[in-house]
Design a protein around this ligand. Sequence first.
Ligand code: FAD
Length: 392
Amino acid sequence: MVFPDEAAFQAYLQDVKEFLWQEIDPLVPQIEHDALIPFEQLRPKFRDHHLFDCLVPEAYGGLGLNTVQYAAVLKELAKIHGGIRAMLHVHNSSVHLIETGRPEQQARYLPAMATGDLLVCFGLTEPDSGSGLDSNCTAVRKGDAYILNGRKHLITNAREADLFAIFCFTSNPAQSPERQFSVLLVERGMPGFTITSMAHTMGCSGASHDLLTFDDIAVPVENVLGQEGMGPEQLLAFLEVSRVFIAVAALGTAERSLELSLAWAKQRVTFGKPIASRQAVQGYLAEMATDIYALRHMILDALRKYDAGQRIAAESSMCKLFGLEAVGRVTDKALLVHGGLGYLKSSRIEMLYRDARLNWLEEGTPTIHKLIIARALLQEEFETVGRDGELI
Ligand SMILES: Cc1cc2nc3c(=O)[nH]c(=O)nc-3n(C[C@H](O)[C@H](O)[C@H](O)COP(=O)(O)OP(=O)(O)OC[C@H]3O[C@@H](n4cnc5c(N)ncnc54)[C@H](O)[C@@H]3O)c2cc1C
């Protein structure tokens, strides 16, 4: 075992925190100014501090953290910088997707993902249709390859990634007219594959979120992740837990906003008294802390269930939905506590406020999560009352 006991894991977490606060935090103003994360400069440091291999199983050279342990790392990343958090989140969540591959695919990709030599991203969202089963991306079998056509956009890490897990409809007209939802592994540099930069984002600056165009790309048949037609279950396998990770990011942003607000409220004096002594400001702080407390415990419950092998479809969407609403409220109030100075680009609250807004969109809008939760309730897949004699 990489971490034989809790003390060893805590020592690792402490190392990550020291690295992030001592070496990454000072880079944040420059990253924000340039809207660019210097990935090649950071790649060896991220490797040294095990930020690429948190979720890679030990058998493939990773730390093999459970999701509760990983959440502690991800939360710290969100406190420091949303762009770096988004970049590492997509890579780390993609581990769960690649794990749905055949054994030889796992053996080929997971060790390189663990070292960060192979950065992976996933492509679901499209400019010309809705996400997932509404996909317009098609791949038709011709000999030993699938000929892939279509477009994906807003794909995080597209600038840096080497491997692109693309959700699309595959078909083999020689055998059947039916289409199957599948994942194809597209490699950078395949003929017919172009990556076009998109505009800078509101927050989570410096990561790339680009347009992918597939123009008659011949993707070898062995690059089907797992088996043809596994797309729907692969989507569930990684999004179900990845959406809780978005809630974890929301928690990190919210916690940092509260920490800064508490410090500022004690420091800022108006009419001869710190604003922390005013009931109205105390109200903001109390509401922020209440949202954070609720979110933290929802996440813990969902991830503990996941680590115990349970399905968490409803819990995952509840965490994501509550998380995006909570971080919205918390960053609104943090801005109010900071007053006009909070609105300046020099203020971290200004950055956290913008970072939080990406949580609203990543891996599904609120509408989608309400649909998933309602479906689970109506199909009685989620218990709406606590078990007898237990609070939860
Ligand atoms: C910075 C950034 C990074 C991203 N990274 C990735 C990535 O790495 N990979 C990836 O695949 N995607 C990525 N995305 C895309 C993101 O997941 C989507 O933007 C998000 O899921 C919303 O989809 P959409 O943009 O197509 O919005 P739309 O589908 O156009 O939705 C617009 C509005 O209409 C509503 N709506 C749409 N369809 C329906 C419906 N059927 N019923 C009711 N309401 C509906 C939505 O809820 C929303 O409010 C990223 C986005 C951003 C901004």
